[in-house]
Design a protein around this ligand. Structure first.
Ligand SMILES: [Zn+2]
Length: 174
């Protein structure tokens, strides 16, 4: 095994004799670091072969903003959203991270490539509703930019209903 841990690459099957016992004799990256090419020597039959290791290009989730622009999904925006909604009422860092993790996971399950920013906002609102009502109202009023108290009330009632719906559904499926 090579002395440098970071450069260790597990043996692969030799294409000539099928032994899985080889040493890497040369390793270099190309394509801007996306491909690693390893020259290997089989310790059983001493023949040489090459393997290529590629970074998997997983589909990046894009967020469609209200103005139609598309930006890559960034979970930090969720963390920041929770922070600004909570204001001086500190929501612990691990809770923020947990909310971001859960929303990110849901988004990747429900959407392939694109999601409207509105969907993320509503998911975040649902979470805030559970942990801190004041933060929830602050976030909702900023989010919907209400022009009147009536408008705010109406929206809050609507959201409250939605949150309950989601919870009922979760109960049904759990
Ligand atoms: Zn071999």
């Amino acid at each position: 095994m090579p002395a440098v841990l970071g450069s260790y690459s597990p043996p692969v099957l030799c294409p000539y004799c099928n032994a899985d016992n080889d040493k890497v004799i040369d390793s270099r990256t190309s394509d801007g670091g996306k491909v690693t090419r390893r020259r290997r020597e089989c310790l059983a039959c001493t023949r040489r072969f090459t393997t290529y290791e590629r970074v998997e290009q997983t589909a990046k989730l894009m967020v469609i903003k209200r103005d139609g622009r598309r930006v890559p999904f960034d979970r930090e925006n969720i963390v920041r959203g929770v922070s600004s909604a909570s204001g001086k009422r500190k929501i612990p860092e691990d809770i923020k991270q947990k909310i971001a993790d859960e929303i990110e996971e849901e988004l990747h399950k429900q959407f392939d490539r694109e999601v409207e920013s509105q969907v993320i906002g509503e998911k975040l609102m649902g979470r805030l509703r559970d942990i801190d009502e004041v933060a929830w109202i602050r976030f909702a009023s900023e989010y919907y930019k209400f022009k009147s108290v009536d408008e705010l009330k109406k929206q809050l009632e609507l959201l409250d209903g939605k949150v309950r719906d989601v919870k009922d559904q979760q109960r049904l499926f759990s």
